[in-house]
Write a protein that binds this ligand. Structure first.
Ligand code: FAD
Length: 480
């Protein structure tokens, strides 16, 4: 039996690791990655930026939930390779550069490959998969150069797409050399004069990476950061104790956003009285997020996205305390200005970009001039806007369906993709950020490592017809 995994980032590689570890009998696992350097790293762990810390400490970055210190243990044996990049001795609380995590992922794959059963083979394909078609009980994956492969099951692990351009009147600006559409490549900071002023759109963790990289490379110019709410990620506290007393509200009845908000406030109050913090409560809630998300009606989900999302994201996705201190220092020195507002328009003026911004709660727009604008607004999750050949073909053939809120793709509870007509496409699975549509939290390692383990289990079930696929209740359109 052959299994094809499209996407060689964290999600695809970890699925391959579990398959290599557990598969018996004759199996071929195809791991398909279009970008050679991203193989076993994906976008997050192939970063070549000068500043790219993981946003959680080493003790929380194991690939395997049942061996929580696996990454830290691996680091301690590899420390000599990374003298310039690690504290000696490395601590469980250190925030390690992301490329090192990529090395860890790659080495665990190579190990699993060596230890796999004799008939279980991993085949790496370095090319973009252009189409997946279903014929009877098998799939065909097509490429430009490589011959078509036939697989009994296919996993879509295509990950994060670059951010969408903002809807401004002057779309021609996006073709100018002042604009950087994808924030993850070090090219975005190349050939920049140290004193050049810069605008970063979005104030999330990617913005923090770019500010840290600019600082590390000796940039001295002004950095403007604009986001609608002007909120920065909260700082990580490595001493946050685990909170074991969380009692969730009844999720069988439809939950409202107000109910959730009241619940969190009360839990935080109770927790603080016992010496915990809001971080302990949020961390304890994380495992329940899919159930909470699925108990919201569509209108409550919309309410959550409109009113709560920015606060949820900045509290849930935190930055190392040292990054928070760096931003504060730059703000105090006047080198970094955080603006809560919206971009009205952008145009080129000579060598510069002229940006019109309307600050929050102000009526008059203001203009600033910068050398470069970098879009850090977060990955595009609306699949209907993705122009890649594979995604377009899957739409045309009706094999995928975006959720009503355009957070990703509709899947059944086990990750089986759901077709345009609302039926599960047996043998065709999704893993990673696109499962946000159903689970809400589906981007960080902690969620992906569990998905990969569970998915490998399903992929190795030969008798798939005996399995009942539960469609998730989360997307209204699925309640046929
Ligand atoms: C910058 C950044 C930093 C992060 N830092 C952390 C962190 O510190 N801790 C944490 O827990 N989480 C972090 N995350 C979140 C999380 O780890 C990532 O979302 C995760 O790596 C997603 O992995 P993925 O494999 O699903 O996607 P990706 O990393 O996007 O990988 C998908 C891969 O699929 C390939 N691909 C796509 N389509 C095709 C095709 N048709 N054919 C062939 N190949 C294809 C792409 O080239 C890509 O390499 C970070 C995310 C980002 C973006």
């Amino acid at each position: 039996m052959a299994i094809a995994i499209i996407g060689g980032g964290l999600s695809g590689t970890l699925t391959a690791i579990h398959l290599l570890r557990s598969a018996r009998g004759s199996k071929i696992i195809y791991l398909i990655e279009q970008d050679r350097y991203r193989m076993n790293r994906g976008i997050a762990y192939s970063s070549q930026l000068a500043f790219q810390p993981l946003n959680v400490p080493a003790s929380a970055m194991s690939l395997f939930p049942e061996q929580p210190l696996d990454f830290y243990d691996w680091l301690t044996t590899q420390q000599h390779r990374y003298e310039k990049h690690l504290n000696t001795p490395v601590s469980k609380n250190d925030f390690i550069p992301r490329f090192i995590f990529g090395d860890y992922l790659k080495s665990r794959l190579e190990e699993a490959e060596q230890l796999a059963a004799e008939d279980v083979k991993l085949v790496r394909i370095y090319e973009e998969a252009l189409a997946v078609t279903k014929q009877g009980n098998s799939f065909r994956v097509k490429f430009k150069e490589h011959k078509t492969i036939v697989a009994a099951k296919v996993v879509l692990a295509s990950g994060n797409f670059p951010p969408a351009d903002l809807p401004i009147p002057n779309k021609a600006f996006y073709k100018s050399s002042n604009y950087v559409a994808s924030p993850w490549s070090a090219k975005g900071l190349a050939n920049l004069r140290p004193e050049s002023p810069l605008l970063l759109i979005g104030s999330s963790l990617t913005m923090v990476d770019l500010v840290g990289s600019l600082k590390a490379e000796g940039h001295t110019g002004k950095i403007y950061v604009v986001s609608r709410h002007g909120l920065l990620p909260q700082a990580f506290d490595v001493h946050t104790p685990l909170y074991h007393h969380l009692r969730l509200p009844d999720l069988s009845a439809s939950l409202t956003v107000i109910d959730l908000f009241r619940f969190i406030r009360m839990e935080v109050k109770k927790a603080e009285a016992q010496g915990y913090s809001w971080r302990s409560v949020l961390d304890a809630m994380r495992v329940h997020i899919p159930a909470i998300w699925q108990s919201f009606s569509l209108s409550e989900k919309k309410r959550f996205l409109r009113h709560v999302r920015p606060y949820w994201e900045t509290h849930r996705h935190r930055m190392p305390a040292s990054s928070a201190a760096m931003l504060q220092e730059l703000q105090e020195q006047g080198r970094l200005e955080l603006i809560a507002g919206t971009i009205v328009d952008m145009k080129t003026e000579g060598e510069m970009a002229l940006i019109t911004i309307k600050r929050r709660k102000q009526t008059i727009a203001q203009s600033i001039k910068v050398s470069r604008v970098i879009n850090c607004t977060g990955p595009e999750s609306d699949y209907s806007k993705i122009k890649l050949p594979l995604v377009q073909q899957l739409f045309t053939d009706g094999l995928i369906k975006p959720d009503a809120l355009k957070l990703g793709l509709v899947t059944a509870e086990d990750g089986t993709l759901v077709s345009e007509s609302g039926l599960p496409v047996e043998g065709f699975y999704m893993i990673g950020p696109a499962r946000k549509a159903i689970l809400y939290e589906s981007t960080a390692l902690r969620e992906i490592r569990q998905q990969a383990k569970d998915l490998a289990h399903w992929l190795l079930q030969e008798n798939k017809l005996c399995r009942t696929i539960h469609l998730s209740p989360s997307d209204e359109a699925l309640q046929l």
